[in-house]
Design a protein around this ligand. Structure first.
Ligand code: NAP
Length: 388
């Protein structure tokens, strides 16, 4: 899917860390939870549900699978995995790892089928629950099929994360985080920083330095370690992104950097910075899945919070300020599943991951992620001499 080779290595490390994390903590997370009834004994036991279905996207082809498969296998569920159609080699490599590791046959099985066939699977009584990471459209389709069959679903969908820069931010560091937040995985990341909301007082300085940081990237073969800007995942993705940029420009956006395709073979798009886009226009609500940053000017903190929340999505948000108490106060007012202070939205095995609104529901990773697909079964013991 065009990922830079250096980032690929990091993704594999992270995927292994997720398996290690659940191997280390799974027993504790899933231990019986004793209750205190008035008489006798009671507990919640964490039992597996059975067969669970994961539908995963191509943008982090190993990590996305790890965060679904590791906790579910730890619980004792059996995993069916429908990976994105453009990364079957990754799907096959993962299944192969399980086989080589000695996993029992059927513990983890790839379904090399198109997305359109997923709904029918949920009609099968053996499939007990499903999780999907991907677009809103696919999420709605899976959730409808799950709902129709009274089955639980978890959805991790798109985002349009705000990156709020306040006047007391450390601008040098913030610019570096802005670059990483936007350009990681060539911008094809659900929690990429997409809307840069900057207060007036530091707008000129931030913009100048951010545009400089996004400029003159080494474009090339993603297999070459020196490459800083690789291709998007597909030609269709590049065409769609350019349409969105054209629409933004038609709607009044100014192009500060890039804005075009790169003239070479492959789905290459220039690192792009837009500004002057009026909030409230349909294009400002769309997720741009690639190396395109949009800078918004706001007067102050209150305006920044209001604009950050003016989105159909609610995945992540980041706030840059030297005043941590202020950052936490703002975090309280942000309508998103994750808020990071002085760091772009990120992921780690021990941190819960997920969103609200159009970004989906449920959580993956951490102790919360392992609780999604368990039967929290009550076991109640009455003593034989209890009164009737
Ligand atoms: P997509 O088209 O929705 O594909 C994701 C997965 O869903 C693929 O396996 C796809 O299979 C499958 N699929 C497609 N249509 C389906 C349907 N009607 N029913 C069931 N499954 C279906 O997503 P994308 O556009 O390639 O991926 C990017 C999106 O994923 C972005 O919006 C991004 O923000 C989001 N994302 C979210 C997170 C998160 O954790 N919140 C993480 C990563 C990405 P086929 O490939 O066979 O079509």
């Amino acid at each position: 899917m065009g990922k830079l080779i250096a980032e690929s290595a990091g993704e594999i490390e992270l995927s292994a860390a997720i398996f290690d994390y659940y191997a280390e903590h799974g027993e504790r997370f899933l231990a019986d939870a004793p209750l205190k009834p008035e008489r006798g004994e009671a507990m919640v036991r964490h039992s597996p549900l059975g067969v669970v279905l994961g539908v995963e996207p191509w943008n982090f082809p190993f990590y996305q699978v790890a965060r679904f498969a590791a906790p579910n296998i730890m619980i004792g569920n059996v995993v069916l995995l429908k990976h994105a159609s453009n990364v079957p080699q990754c799907a096959i490599a993962i299944e192969d790892i399980f086989r080589k590791a000695g996993a029992p046959a059927g513990l983890y099985t790839n379904l090399l089928i198109p997305g359109g066939h997923i709904s029918a699977l949920l009609d099968d009584p053996r499939v007990r629950a499903a999780s999907l990471t991907g677009s809103e459209e696919a999420g709605k389709s899976l959730a409808s099929a799950a709902g129709k069959n009274t089955k639980k679903s978890v959805l991790e969908l798109g985002g349009n994360d705000a990156f709020i820069v306040l006047e007391d931010a450390d601008i040098e560091k913030t610019v570096e985080w802005a670059y990483m937040g936007r350009m990681n995985n060539t911008g094809q990341c659900c929690v990429a920083s997409k809307r840069f909301i900057v207060v007036d007082a530091v707008l000129a300085e931030f913009t100048k330095k951010f545009v400089a940081r996004m400029s003159n990237l080494k474009v090339g073969d993603p297999q070459d370690k020196a490459t800083q800007l690789g291709p998007l995942s597909s030609e269709a993705a590049a065409v769609h992104l350019m349409k969105q940029v054209e629409q933004a420009v038609k709607d009044g956006a100014t192009v500060l950097l890039g804005g075009k395709r790169i003239d070479r073979m492959g789905a290459f798009v220039e690192a792009t910075v837009l500004t002057d886009l009026k909030p409230g226009l349909p294009i400002s609500y769309e997720e741009m899945f690639g190396p395109v940053a949009v800078i918004y000017r706001v007067k102050d903190e209150q305006e920044a919070i209001a604009l950050a929340n003016d989105s159909p999505f609610g995945l992540g948000c980041s706030v840059f300020t030297r005043d941590i108490a202020r950052g936490k106060r703002i975090a309280d007012q942000i309508d998103a599943g994750m808020v990071f202070i002085n760091h772009p939205t990120w992921t780690a095995p021990e941190l819960p991951f997920g969103g609200v609104k159009g970004s989906g529901y449920g959580r993956e990773l951490s102790a919360l992620g392992i609780e999604e697909f368990v039967n929290k079964k009550l076991i109640r013991v009455s003593a034989l001499n209890d009164p009737m």
